[in-house]
Design a binder for this molecule. Structure first.
Ligand code: FAD
Length: 488
């Protein structure tokens, strides 16, 4: 039930290759599973056909990974006796013992190894949370000031969502147009390595902030049984925590095999693992159609891309690419339900009228083992909220977002924001906002130069001009609702 024993790894791909190294062995519920050194525990289990990772608390329904970036709780398992470990961001180690958890377990598990927690007191001029395009660009912009900077990311690999984008980006020279997202991430990281005053900490999750003391707490995992608890005091903080994929309400939306399109991308493009053989993609915007194209590159049969709207919101070039592959796009369609015994085995879609009501007799059943949701993202503002930043619900920006000045400083002095955490947009604007925030942090600390002030002026001008175009007017409107009209 919910498991297939084949190896789901991809060995041939038109764009990507994976340097897998020497195989390791881990154990999952008493069975031996092959893993590779660069994989996370969840990726290795998925490759071995494990789809159900945990169970829901009340109805005891099986649950599989949904986000694959450490933001949801659907991949939590017991690792070497340590309960509730987010396996999607924990790198595998030879000999690890993984057990699926049952919320009805009554006995507290005994960790197989003694848990070692080392406390570190650290201070920096600037602590950046998130090493996606926004966080990396912020660090690069602030680095010439000579400030001591820490960039913290919970993922084992820096680059945020860029590391799974195999397509060439649009935009301008400043936003690396014409370069694949995965290569943009590599460029940013290699440029950062030239600055000895910047430390990049991966597998380091920020888990709290205590305003009275102004202390940020991050847990750096150095294996499942060894953590460094970093108590960080920084002169300035910059939150670039990205976003979380949304889901839709329909029967069976929690079945293993139903996941965010970004999660499917992580499995396919970061780890080279097929999340499914036949898939239905919900959402025909840019993300949905790009992921459909990438699924085909990974050898997956895309049975349909559906969208409830009468028109696709994707760029013509992306939509045309998948039409050329004869992947059907059904507009004015939505999902009725996903069905299966322990994991997705089929989905039913139907047509809707102009009021989004189902049209009787239009149901189509699709034999799929994956349903991927590309229905939007919500900014990850939990940490900003904890830091006391004023936030507001702004539909144009994807949900709750912080108030900010044009210098990307929030309502809390010395706390900056950039990228998807400030509103859902795209990597090019995330990088530009990161640059503005990084420069502003340096300038406000008295560490900026005239050249940095000029660079910031140009970056703000670029962003304003970018958002003048008809496609981005909505974003401009959204930003105007949370813009603090004061100089930083
Ligand atoms: C399929 C797809 C296609 C896309 N195509 C394009 C395109 O063609 N052009 C374009 O410009 N944009 C594109 N985008 C959008 C772009 O990828 C995002 O807008 C961009 O990555 C946002 O950058 P960010 O740095 O704000 O967030 P992210 O890239 O999400 O990075 C956030 C980082 O924060 C880390 N983090 C979060 N919480 C914590 C915590 N508590 N502790 C430590 N670390 C934490 C995460 O691990 C992550 O690495 C695409 C997105 C998708 C999904």
């Amino acid at each position: 039930m919910g498991e297939s024993m084949q190896d789901r790894r991809i060995w041939e791909h038109p764009v990507l290759s994976w340097d897998r190294g020497t195989p390791l062995s881990i154990s999952y519920d008493g069975r031996s599973v092959t893993a590779y050194p660069n994989e996370t525990v969840a990726a290795a289990l998925y490759a071995a056909g494990v789809l159900a990772f945990t169970r829901s608390s009340y109805l005891h329904r099986p649950r599989g990974p949904f986000c694959m970036i450490g933001k949801c709780s659907q991949c939590m398992m017991r690792v070497d006796g340590v309960p509730h470990v987010r396996t999607c961001i924990l790198p595998v180690e030879d000999g690890m013992v993984i057990e699926s958890e049952d919320p009805h377990d009554s006995e507290y598990p005994t960790p197989a190894r003694e848990l070692r927690v080392e406390r570190q007191e650290l201070s920096y001029d600037l602590a950046i949370i998130g090493a996606g395009p926004a966080g990396l660009s912020a660090a690069l912009a602030a680095a010439p000031s000579g400030m001591r900077i820490a960039v913290l990311d919970q993922s084992p690999y820096p680059g945020g969502q860029l590391v799974k984008q195999t397509h060439k980006f649009f935009g301008t020279k400043e936003s690396f147009a014409g370069t694949r997202g995965v290569d943009i991430a590599r460029n940013l990281i290699s440029m950062l390595k030239e600055h000895p005053n910047v430390e990049l900490h991966t597998t380091t999750q920020v888990i709290g902030y205590y305003p009275p003391e102004g202390v940020l707490i991050a847990a750096r995992a150095e294996g499942v049984d060894k953590y460094k608890l970093m108590y960080i005091r920084a002169g300035r903080y910059l939150v670039a925590t990205g976003a979380m994929e949304r889901t839709l309400a329909f029967p069976g939306n929690d079945l293993p095999g139903v996941m965010g399109a970004g999660a499917a991308q992580t499995l396919m493009n970061v780890f080279g693992i097929k999340p499914a053989d036949d898939v239905l993609i919900i959402g025909a915007g840019n993300v949905g159609v790009i992921v459909a194209y990438q699924a085909r590159q990974a050898g997956i049969n895309v049975r349909a891309v559906i969208d409830i709207l009468p028109k696709t919101a994707a760029y013509l070039v992306h939509a045309a690419k998948i039409r050329r592959l004869r992947i059907p796009i059904f507009l004015e369609h939505t999902i009725k339900g996903a069905y299966g015994d322990g994991a997705v085995e089929s989905a039913v879609i139907y047509q809707v009228d102009r009021s989004f009501r189902p049209i009787e007799g239009t149901e189509k059943e699709l034999k799929v083992d994956g349903v991927w949701m590309a229905v939007g993202l919500s900014p990850s503002v939990e940490l900003l909220n904890k830091m006391g930043a004023r936030i507001k619900f702004v539909p144009e920006l994807g949900g709750y977002v912080p108030y900010r000045t044009k210098y990307m400083e929030t309502s809390v002095r010395g706390v900056y924001v950039a990228g998807d955490a400030s509103g859902i947009e795209e990597a090019s604007t995330a990088m530009m906002e990161g640059r503005i925030a990084g420069l502003s942090a340096a300038i406000s600390a008295g560490r900026g130069t005239d050249a940095m002030a000029e660079e910031r002026r140009k970056a703000i001008e670029w962003l304003d001009l970018f958002r003048e175009s008809p496609d981005y007017r909505r974003i401009k409107e959204g930003v105007s609702k949370v813009l603090i009209q004061e100089a930083a």
